[in-house]
Ligand binder design. Structure first.
Ligand SMILES: Cc1cc2nc3c(=O)[nH]c(=O)nc-3n(C[C@H](O)[C@H](O)[C@H](O)COP(=O)(O)OP(=O)(O)OC[C@H]3O[C@@H](n4cnc5c(N)ncnc54)[C@H](O)[C@@H]3O)c2cc1C
Length: 388
């Protein structure tokens, strides 16, 4: 479907989006079904993503990235997710790690890591979640204890995107168990795989297949103090949550991409499939579904673009990012379900694309802060911005 909001983009960004569209049609679309079915890591596609510069798209040009505004980044994410949502995990989570280094790292950390992240030579993600906690990150148990100029890390992280094939992670740990409030005892390190840091297993999932999601184990893993992001203990939770604002905008964009593809498939199928002598698109019950899907999609796109614009303007946008994430991801789930129903039995078939969207969409309401949490964030901000 053509998108009116694309008009007015700068020439270079239009060219980047056009190159991406060609890549998706030629190099990705023909392979998605087989790769997803086999739950196979798309190594060749990742090489193509490197060439397009996707691993550095929001990293500053100073460090070899494309330095794109988030308003363009969301368009990239939407397009990719219209084709295959799993690819977004491979570079988006990586970019959150990079974003933290860019926003909070020391000059030396930025100079050492960002060029490697931008080229895709080193890839990684965010290691926050543990077997015992995801939403309540202050309850993490992974510990880093200082020993000379190193820290020694012990603990387990789980559900870590890019954990298996990636090289490094931004690792959330406790550096002080006694700190009050608890977040003052939490720090973030840039941890590169090596002795004591292993990906113990790749997790099997309902959807979002192809991209690796892993459990990471740290056993007396030594990490130099120079890898403490920003060089100061106790800032880790703030640094990680700061990146999640961008993360939520990116997940909202994924929702827009999935919702849009589900709608496109439904519109096409509803015109082909005949019942009682006419295309099902002419039955009012189907028209109501299509209208609701299209309206929710349009609202999601506006919320996402507006949160991205606020982010680019340097405004505080946790409420806007939360609203975009909440609405767009619920819309992705809604549209995938409605589209599957419009497809009748074929929506339940492995041979139809909608079956995959129906399995991929639920992740969006869980990841980057569940939608229950988004509502809490939105309400808190609402009250804070409108004191009695
Ligand atoms: C495929 C996949 C990829 C992932 N990738 C990553 C990754 O790269 N890095 C990473 O760190 N994590 C990752 N995660 C983990 C994800 O961020 C967590 O699953 C998520 O934060 C929720 O945490 P949890 O699963 O522990 O649920 P819990 O925190 O145990 O929550 C369970 C339920 O309780 C609700 N709940 C919790 N607290 C409240 C509250 N205060 N009020 C109301 N309801 C509440 C939640 O909304 C949820 O419905 C991934 C997860 C998946 C499935």
């Amino acid at each position: 479907m053509t998108e009116p909001a694309e008009a007015g983009l700068p020439e270079t960004e239009t060219q980047i989006l056009a190159a991406l569209d060609r890549f998706l049609v030629r190099e990705v679309e023909p392979h998605v079904m087989a790769l997803e079915d086999a739950d196979e890591y798309p190594g060749d596609i990742v090489e193509g993503m490197k060439e397009l510069g996707l691993f550095g798209c929001v990293i500053s040009e100073e460090y070899g990235g494309l330095g794109l505004p988030v308003t363009t980044y969301v368009r990239i994410v939407e397009r990719i997710c219209e084709t295959w949502m799993s690819l977004s995990g491979i570079f988006n989570t990586h970019l959150l790690m990079a974003w933290i280094v860019q926003a909070c790292g020391t000059a030396e950390q930025k100079a050492t890591w960002l060029p490697k992240f931008a080229s895709g030579e080193m890839r990684g993600g965010l290691a926050l979640t543990e077997p015992g906690c995801g939403t309540d990150l202050q309850a993490i148990r992974t510990r880093a204890v200082r020993d000379g100029t190193d820290y020694v890390v012990n603990g387990t992280k789980t559900w870590i995107t890019n954990g298996y094939y990636g090289d490094c992670v931004a690792l959330l740990v406790k550096t002080d168990l006694e700190a009050e409030p608890r977040h003052r005892g939490i720090s973030l390190f840039l941890a590169q795989k090596g002795e004591g840091f292993t990906a113990s297993r790749k997790l099997r999932k309902l959807g979002y297949r192809g991209v690796d999601t892993a459990e990471l184990v740290f056993e007396d893993f030594r990490i130099p103090e120079t890898r403490l992001i920003g060089g100061t203990e106790g800032l880790g939770l703030k640094q990680a949550l700061g990146a999640l604002e961008l993360g939520r905008i990116n997940v909202a964009a994924r929702g827009v991409g999935v919702a849009r593809r589900a709608l496109d498939l439904a519109v096409a199928y509803a015109q082909q499939r005949q019942t009682f002598g006419k295309a099902i698109a002419n039955h009012q019950a189907i028209q109501i579904k299509l209208a609701d899907m299209a309206t929710r999609l349009e609202a999601s796109r506006h919320l996402t673009r507006s949160a991205a614009a606020a982010f680019d303007a340097g405004e505080r946008c946790d409420m806007e990012a939360g609203m975009a994430k909440l609405h767009a991801t619920e819309t992705a789930l809604f549209n995938a379900t409605e589209s599957m129903r419009i497809h009748g039995a074929y929506g339940y078939s492995k041979e139809f694309e909608i079956e995959r969207l129906y399995r991929d969409a639920p992740l969006l309401v869980i990841g980057e802060g569940t939608n229950e949490l988004q509502r809490i964030i939105i309400a808190r901000q609402l009250v804070a911005r409108h004191p009695d």
